[in-house]
Design a protein around this ligand. Structure first.
Ligand code: G16
Length: 578
């Protein structure tokens, strides 16, 4: 076996986005394209002699990419690769394995919730030794290298069989093919009260139904191990749990638009507890019949109930809480009530890592269906699902009246205590980049204008008006390493405390995706009627005003968003759902 140096030329646009480099499969399949990016990782970070974890969501082009990494890693002096069987590892599983086996980092092959298949998306992400996504200073180094690369090194050798567990060598490189599920399952057992959850589910066999939808992503085998084998639920409690390279032709994004297989089944079967995860298993959606939990509420509720989750007690209690900037402030209220430190970081899980490593952050979340804790350094879809089951089981154990506690009861209790942040996100996917830039420029113009603050805007449909309080670009200084991230979203706040944010997504693979986030807080004393309004109703006036201020429809040429994240609460109490 010999090492060969292959000449190449830089490709434009190999800049990692919010979470890695994501492009169409056809882009990655170009000669030298994937090799250039992988070699740039090895050039940018000193990885000779290191141990790395490799795995991903099994999407189309993953097997080829694993072999490319094997060839380049061996030629660049990496000493060991831990590879998930068949190249499969969920994103949280990779984070756990990096930490558990003290690896130096990992390469994740995923475009997360983006669709897969020959005409869809692929992605490569580098994670560092704490198990989290590489921070910006490292992704910038990788990007800089992609712009100057002139050759890459490969080991000339036949492909490695990654379908068999065990050890092998590849030139000087040691390779271990590992079980994709085992370590992750062991981790969850150290976190949750599975005994309590199991006993609750057993004693409510007929009155509390559970359904998990894997959306044909990577979580299928993990979910079966947890929901069927560990919790003993019937096979009908999981669906779409066979991972497929094109996610069964679907869009593996757990929201109300793309996870309709879950929504339909939950509504049809009046399922009390439904949940879905995305392609690579780091996102989650919690949805019971008639009760959708916004991700912003979900993390706040998990934080509020944290003491029923054994992990946090073992760690001496919750240290601090955090959310990404566009996420609603629901979790801030929990932090204040509990006297905990809390943080607002830019969008991107990587921004939570330093705070966790410093022991200042235990639970955090993002409106983009990401929820997690410091048990690893990625968000964790199945962790959130089991956390909710743990909370529901504990709520039922605490209430001796015989009332059945489900998602809706937990939500209502939370709103009655903390008030409710009505929250919605409008996504305009794959719009022309020029239009998106015009919108950004226009809002920047308003931010700079001295007459913007104090100006009132009226929603013509409702007659309700909002007065601008503040307008700014969100900049962030990391409290630990003091690194600065500028222009992380444009924010307008109003005199009643409502807020609108515009941001360009960093995870799209084509054109631009504009996100508009709207939030309106209603305090607990507004009463049940106000607090249980449908989100559309609660937010319509603010949405009208946000569209008006940004001139969005005109700049993007879109009447309607591609996806709307809303929350709905029906009038059906969960004890009447069976
Ligand atoms: C990634 C990041 C998240 C971020 C999300 C959305 O998630 O890990 O932290 O919130 O993208 O980012 P954007 O709004 O820029 O599209 P994932 O699940 O795609 O890896």
């Amino acid at each position: 076996m010999s090492v060969k140096e292959i000449p190449t030329k830089p490709f434009d646009g190999q800049k990692p986005g919010t979470s890695g480099l994501r492009k169409r499969v056809k882009v990655f399949q170009q000669e030298h394209y994937t090799e250039n990016f992988v070699q740039s990782i090895f050039d940018a970070i000193p990885l000779s002699g290191s141990t790395l974890v490799v795995g991903g969501d099994g999407r189309y082009y993953s097997p080829e990419a694993v072999q490319i990494i094997l060839r380049i890693a061996s030629a660049n002096g990496v000493s060991k690769l831990l590879i998930g069987k068949d190249g499969i590892l969920s994103t949280p599983a990779v984070s756990n394995i990096i930490r558990k086996y003290k690896a130096n980092g990992g390469i994740l092959l995923t475009a997360s919730h983006n669709p897969g298949g020959p005409n869809a998306d692929f992605g490569i992400k580098y994670n560092v030794e704490n198990g989290g996504p590489a921070p910006e200073n490292i992704t910038e180094k990788i990007f800089a290298r992609t712009k100057t690369i002139s050759s890459y090194k490969v080991l000339e050798a036949p492909a490695v069989d990654i379908s068999k567990l065990g050890d092998t060598t590849y030139g000087p490189l040691k390779v271990t093919i590992i079980d994709s599920v085992k370590d992750y399952l062991e981790l969850l057992h150290t976190i949750f009260d599975f005994k309590l959850i199991k006993s609750f589910l057993e004693s409510h066999k007929t009155s509390f139904k559970v359904l998990f939808d894997g959306l044909h992503g990577v979580t299928g085998p993990y979910a079966k191990a947890i929901i069927l084998e560990t919790l003993g639920l019937p096979a009908s409690s999981v669906q779409n749990c066979e991972p497929s390279p094109d996610f069964g032709g679907g869009h593996p994004d757990p929201n109300l638009t793309y996870a309709h297989s879950l929504v339909d089944a939950v509504e049809k079967g009046r399922i009390n507890f439904g949940a879905a995860s995305d392609g690579d298993g780091d996102r989650n959606m919690i949805y019971g019949a008639g009760a959708f939990v916004t991700p912003s509420d979900s993390v706040a509720i998990i934080a509020d109930w944290a003491e029923v989750i054994p992990y946090f007690n073992k760690k001496g209690g919750v240290k601090g809480l955090a959310r990404s900037m566009p996420t609603s402030a629901a979790i801030d209220l929990v932090a204040k009530a509990k006297g905990l430190e809390y943080f607002e970081v830019p969008t991107g899980w990587k921004f939570f890592g330093n705070l966790m490593d410093a022991g200042r952050l235990s639970i955090c979340g993002e409106e983009s269906f990401g929820t997690g804790s410091d048990h690893i350094r990625e968000k964790d879809g199945l962790w959130a699902v089991v956390a909710w089951l743990n909370i529901i089981a504990a709520a039922n154990e605490q209430d001796k009246s015989g009332k059945l506690w489900g998602i809706r009861e937990i939500l209502n209790k939370h709103y009655a205590k903390y008030g409710r942040s009505f929250f919605s996100r409008y996504d305009y996917e794959e719009v022309p980049s020029e239009g998106a830039q015009k919108l950004v420029d226009h809002v920047n113009g308003l931010i700079k204008s001295s007459s913007f603050s104090g100006k009132s805007y009226e929603s013509s449909a409702t007659g309700i008006s909002f007065t601008v309080a503040k307008a700014y670009n969100f900049d962030y200084t990391d409290p630990i390493d003091k690194s600065v991230s500028k222009n992380q979203g444009q924010v307008v706040t109003f005199s009643d405390g409502s807020r609108v944010v515009w941001r360009l997504s960093g995870t799209g693979s084509q054109g631009a995706t504009v996100r508009m986030y709207v939030e309106r807080y209603v305090s607990a004393d507004a009463g049940e009627r106000e607090l249980s309004r449908d989100t559309g109703e609660g937010l319509q006036a603010l949405i009208d005003v946000a569209l008006d201020i940004s001139n969005l429809k005109q700049f993007l040429g879109r009447e309607q968003p591609t996806v709307i994240t809303v929350s709905i609460i029906s009038v059906i109490p969960s004890h009447e759902l069976n």
